[in-house]
Design a protein around this ligand. Structure first.
Ligand SMILES: Nc1nc2c(ncn2[C@@H]2O[C@H](COP(=O)(O)OP(=O)(O)O)[C@@H](O)[C@H]2O)c(=O)[nH]1
Ligand SMILES: Nc1ncnc2c1ncn2[C@@H]1O[C@H](COP(=O)(O)OP(=O)(O)O)[C@@H](O)[C@H]1O
Length: 214
């Protein structure tokens, strides 16, 4: 039997709601999940590693990759380009490995509408409040006040797409959100792994039922 494809797990939220933190926790929980390292034209933040957090690139190279069809999806966010390279995702899911994406609503929509759309699990994280969102962006301590103002200004654009997702969680308590994410992923994996066997099982039940009724 052909190997079941891996799951594309998509996390989106307004900037500062907690995607990267939760994505890190999910990777620590299950090291078999591949994190899709996005390419971006934004400059690295202190402590970010090239090839680990992002693949940092320039606009010309990024656009070349897009033109060559190397991006599964891409979008312009907060004045920079971001995209998910296709090859590592394709290789992983063909091997049955799940892939985790930290991408915005535009990227999520592109993947959902692609040939891989049937293999996605998308989760949107809402902040408990707008003032808490601001507090988190400020407490992260990695962006200038201008950058934070821009992200806050764009936060509603992102939040307004919340209802296109399979699940929506309010990221209030971090441990609680982590537990709910793990539950969602575990349940989705279970449903997908049972599906082929269940169809066969229901057919057998039907045959047995019909035989007994005749
Ligand atoms: N469409 C798309 N969005 C991305 C990608 N990588 C990151 N993003 C989104 O770009 C936005 C800005 O990301 P980043 O600069 O890391 O800022 P942060 O969200 O404040 O940590 C966030 O909404 C990310 O989810 C990508 O490959 N594709
Ligand atoms: N549930 C939470 N409660 C309090 N602080 C949080 C929570 N989730 C994330 N944070 C903090 O908020 C800041 C922004 O989180 P981050 O994961 O960088 O957000 P994003 O990737 O969505 O921009 C970080 O300093 C992080 O430690």
């Amino acid at each position: 039997m052909a190997q079941r494809r891996g799951l594309l797990i998509i996390l989106s939220s307004p900037s500062g709601a907690g995607k990267s933190t939760l994505a890190r926790r999910l990777r620590d929980w299950d090291s078999c999940i591949l994190f899709s390292v996005s390419a971006t034209t934004r400059p690295p933040r202190p402590g970010e590693q090239d090839g680990v957090d992002y693949a940092f690139t320039d606009e010309q190279a990024f656009k070349g990759q897009v033109a060559d069809g190397e991006m599964l999806e891409h979008a312009h966010v907060f004045g920079n380009w971001y995209g998910s390279p296709r090859a590592p995702v394709q290789a992983a899911i063909e091997e049955g490995q799940d892939v985790l994406f930290d991408i915005d609503w535009q990227g999520a929509q592109q993947i959902r509408n692609s040939a891989l759309g049937q293999h996605t699990l998308s989760i949107f994280l809402l902040p408990p409040s707008i003032s808490e969102l601001r507090r988190r962006l400020e407490s992260r301590g990695q962006d200038t006040s201008k950058t934070i103002a821009r992200r806050m200004q764009k936060s509603w654009d992102e939040i307004s797409h919340w209802d296109g997702y399979d699940f929506v969680l309010v990221n209030d308590d971090l441990d609680h959100t982590e537990e709910r994410l793990k539950t969602i992923i575990t349940a989705t994996r279970l449903r997908r792994s049972q599906q082929p066997d269940l169809i066969g099982h229901v057919r057998r039940l039907q045959a047995e039922f019909e035989e007994q009724q005749s």
